[in-house]
Design a protein around this ligand. Structure first.
Ligand SMILES: [Zn+2]
Ligand SMILES: [Zn+2]
Length: 169
């Protein structure tokens, strides 16, 4: 569940805490991010004067593509944030961009999780730390022992050098 009715906490005095489990087996936090595992974790809620501070610690895994060799990878991610969700009250002006508990006392963590998940996704994911990328010659991933199908083309660390030599001769 990513949406919880917290009416009891809202009626409690400032300082009251409540622990919630985050377990989204439907895994539909964001249309742009493909989850490989559900988002699982905890949310600790602290009632404040103006709302609820939500401390989230969760983990999931997303499907990405290696930025060098384009192989599909599953990247585990940690999501950790503290956010205050404001509660509407008479005479209280709420910033429309602020997170808030809705008028039915529902705390919906989906948007906050989407934002923090988006931040956690690496910009240049790698299938392994030393991924060598794609062979410039045949386009196949450069795994150890890559035997180029285009044997006519020189490969290896001196390929570029010998090519240069050919051109200058
Ligand atoms: Zn790779
Ligand atoms: Zn090759």
């Amino acid at each position: 569940m990513l949406a919880h009715n917290i009416a009891d906490l809202i009626q409690s005095s400032a300082g009251t805490t409540l622990d919630l489990r985050i377990d989204d087996s439907r895994a539909d936090v964001s249309p742009e991010i493909e989850l490989a595992e559900p988002v699982v974790g905890t949310a600790r809620l602290h009632r404040t004067q103006s709302g609820v501070i939500v401390q989230v610690q969760a983990k999931t895994a997303v499907r990405l593509e290696c930025s060098r060799c384009l192989e599909p990878i599953v990247q585990p991610l940690q999501i950790k944030f503290d956010e205050e969700f404001l509660i509407e009250a008479p005479g209280v002006e709420i910033d429309p961009d602020a997170f808030q508990v809705d008028e039915h006392h529902v705390l919906d963590l989906r948007e906050a999780l989407r934002q923090y998940l988006t931040l956690a996704v690496p910009l240049a994911p790698l299938c392994r730390p030393n991924c060598a990328g794609l062979c410039a010659n045949c386009g196949a991933p450069l795994v150890d022992g890559h035997e180029c199908v285009r044997a006519d083309f020189p490969t290896g660390p001196f390929a570029a050098l010998s090519k240069l030599k050919d051109q200058t001769q």
